[in-house]
Design a binder for this molecule. Structure first.
Ligand code: FRU
Length: 490
């Protein structure tokens, strides 16, 4: 038998708001993130869910329908405005997703280097109406003309390029659309090894949405404007760490600063890979906490390789084509390597920062399921309080934290077969949460997961089991909550 582990108290966080341009960066500390493992039941039979059900995605059926027979889909976001309201256009709902050809001869796990931004549409129905079992999304094709996103890299040597996540904003409800996304270039030899680190550039392309009674389509997106490259000062770059993360722009207006437009994105703390720069503040323990850790011991464990942050940038012109970095709003040094697809979500005067992370990217000594995290404060830059008992966990996959992590393509035999069932959660108006299916047992996904709903109240969230069937809603239910131009059809 293993000795009982004792857990620390979470770090106090005031939620106090700072000016968005201030140099204050909140910390998701080791003391905070260890609250996740503190909620795990060490006595469950192997392969069950050791986490509380109110923080767990319900089991997705293994016989889930494919969103589309020809393309895999993963990270998904809606057509939206700068307030994250989800828009219908002339009676159509439109979503954007990373896509890859299911029949091109590479595996689902190799999709990232082939990712193209695709779009899907379906008729907007009154809230709660049933759609086709797979969500009823019609694949419209690639958003960008072939080759357009490659031009961003100019003469930087590369062997392949890809289009990674971001956000799509319709301006003035008139079909003019700006896509903010991550342009990726890879420079690899024939065996797939990097010759030089991948290049990630936060990029914008503009196009026009058209609709008639048969569907929607896009024109434009020919010119792609590079907006931000990691500076190596606040945001780690490829020279400092070939495995740096810099992506997933989410563009929004903060009602407290309505004259500005901001962007949150995924980054890493700048500095050389593995630099011994974690501090006692990153650990976050009270001096007399019996479960506190020694800083040097933590750094000796290799935790210095995991230093995620969530970045903030501000637009410097009205056209939102010039952007400037501000200091990160959250850092997770010696906690996790990735805080992906961040979003700012407003409710009852509070600012919620949601982000996704993997079990496999946590630092040594920190554990939690694949899923979505939440932080709450009084502004976009706050001393963010991790939700749910200071842990930060909002929804995780059914996972047995007592058993090894495994991998989506190589499940650990003792692990819950749904530990990778879904990922890339995106929180929508009304607390609806969409995600994609990665692996359920040996069946791989590449389809939209059933939508679920969380009830958000102050610094807590709970899975709403009254939604759908035992908490599972329709597959890929990503509804518009605001209608722009009226429908063509009745
Ligand atoms: C999340 C993610 C994003 C990235 C994309 C690449 O699932 O890692 O951060 O943009 O997938 O496929």
């Amino acid at each position: 038998t293993t000795p009982a582990v004792i857990f620390p108290k979470p770090t106090p966080h005031t939620q106090q708001a700072y000016n968005p341009a201030d140099a204050f960066t909140s910390r998701w500390t080791r003391a905070d993130s260890r609250q996740i493992a503190a909620m795990s039941d060490s006595t469950v039979p192997a392969g069950r869910n050791s986490m509380p059900s109110w923080l767990t995605m319900p089991d997705i059926p293994a016989d889930f329908p494919d969103t589309d027979p020809n393309v895999w889909v993963w990270d998904t976001w809606p057509l939206a405005d700068l307030y994250a309201d989800q828009l219908s256009y002339k009676g159509w709902e439109v979503i954007f997703a990373l896509t890859a050809d299911r029949h091109a001869g590479y595996s689902f796990d190799d999709r990232h280097t082939h990712a193209r931004l695709g779009y899907f549409y379906r008729k907007a129905l009154p809230p709660g109406s049933p759609h086709l079992p797979n969500g009823g999304w019609i694949y419209g094709g690639h958003v960008f003309p072939d080759g357009a996103s490659d031009v961003v890299f100019g003469n930087t040597p590369h062997t392949a390029n890809a289009e990674w996540s971001g956000s799509t904003r319709m301006m003035n409800d008139n079909g003019s659309v700006s896509v903010y996304y991550t342009a990726l270039a890879f420079n690899r030899n024939v065996s797939g090894q990097d010759i030089t680190p991948a290049t990630a550039i936060i990029t914008r392309a503009d196009g026009k949405l058209h609709a008639n009674r048969n569907g929607v389509w896009f024109t434009g997106f020919k010119k792609h404007k590079p907006l931000l490259r990691p500076d190596g000062v606040m945001y780690q770059n490829g020279a400092q760490n070939p495995f740096y993360n810099f992506r997933d722009p989410y563009v929004f207006i903060d009602p407290a600063h309505p004259d500005q437009t901001y962007m949150v994105f995924e980054g890493n703390t700048a500095g050389d890979r593995g630099a011994r720069t974690c501090t006692d503040a990153d650990l976050g323990y009270a001096a007399n906490d019996p479960a506190k850790e020694d800083l040097q011991t933590v750094m000796n464990s290799g935790a210095t390789f995991q230093k995620a942050n969530i970045g903030l940038a501000v637009a410097r012109n009205r056209k939102l084509t010039k952007w400037e970095f501000l200091p990160p709003i959250l850092q997770a040094n010696c906690v996790t390597d990735q805080t992906e697809r961040p979003q700012i979500y407003l409710k009852d005067g509070k600012y919620y920062l949601f982000t996704i992370t993997h079990r496999s990217t946590y630092a040594a000594g920190i554990d939690g399921p694949d899923g979505v995290l939440g932080f709450v404060g009084d502004g976009i830059r706050s001393d963010f309080l991790p939700m749910n008992g200071g842990s930060g966990l909002v929804l995780g996959n059914p996972t047995d934290l007592n058993e090894p992590v495994g991998a989506p393509f190589a499940l650990d035999p003792n692990q819950n077969p749904r530990t990778f069932q879904s990922y890339s959660h995106y929180v929508m108006p009304g607390g609806l949460v969409t995600s994609f299916i990665d692996a359920i047992g040996t069946r791989r996904g590449g389809s939209e997961a059933p939508t679920v709903r969380i009830k958000i109240a102050d610094d807590t969230s709970t899975l709403d089991t009254t939604y759908g069937v035992m908490g599972l809603g329709q597959y890929g239910d990503i509804p518009a909550n605001r209608r722009t131009l009226p429908p063509y059809f009745r």
